[in-house]
Design a protein around this ligand. Structure first.
Ligand code: HEC
Length: 152
């Protein structure tokens, strides 16, 4: 096998392995375990990378670490924070997409999982983190996170 063929094969294997990685147990259950930042679903909008109606959650962080006395979101988020975005498609009630940003040693790690049917496992999409980073850079000054805690 040529060197080129071998590196192509290696790239395909990486994509296949990533695409078969199910959502980890530590992420599942976010709807009950985490703090919901939204109070209403974010509707689909133009240039929407996470198509559908979305809710955003803050995980592995306390409410005191997330919101100050004036109801403002405290940024930067502490290390270990995981922000989850869950999206359901119009006319469906299950999450077809779950996106995660987890802060590890001061850097956000970006991952997304999807499925087409409610009885399917959510599997990681083989997209590069660079895609996420390039768009979230718009809110670099807000610690890369668009959403804030909506007071209730
Ligand atoms: C084209 C721009 C764009 C790309 C690409 C993008 N996002 Fe987002 N993302 C947004 C916007 C805008 C929001 C705010 C909520 C909304 O309007 O849907 C958001 C929200 C989020 C949130 C909730 C926290 C927040 O910032 O509000 C997470 C988590 C997230 N995205 C993860 C990802 C991951 C993982 C990827 C890559 C696989 C990704 N995003 C790619 C634009 C983008």
């Amino acid at each position: 096998m040529t060197r080129l063929a071998m590196s192509l094969l290696a790239a395909v294997v990486v994509v296949l392995i990533t695409a078969c990685t199910p959502i980890p147990a530590e992420v599942e259950g976010f709807e009950t375990r985490c703090i919901e930042m939204t109070t209403e679903e974010i509707p689909p909008h133009e240039d929407d990378p996470h198509d559908g109606f979305k809710r955003v959650y803050a995980c592995d962080i306390t409410l005191d670490q997330l919101v100050d006395g004036n109801g403002q979101t405290i940024r930067p988020f502490p290390d270990g924070t995981r922000i989850i975005k869950a999206s359901r498609r119009p006319a469906e009630s299950f999450n077809w997409l779950v996106a995660s940003a987890q802060k590890v040693n001061g850097t956000w790690k970006w991952v997304e999982w999807t499925r087409n049917f409610p009885d399917e496992e959510l599997l990681q999409i083989p997209a590069s983190e660079q895609l996420c980073i390039d768009c979230h850079r718009q809110v670099e000054s807000a610690d890369w996170i668009f959403s804030g805690y909506v007071s209730r």
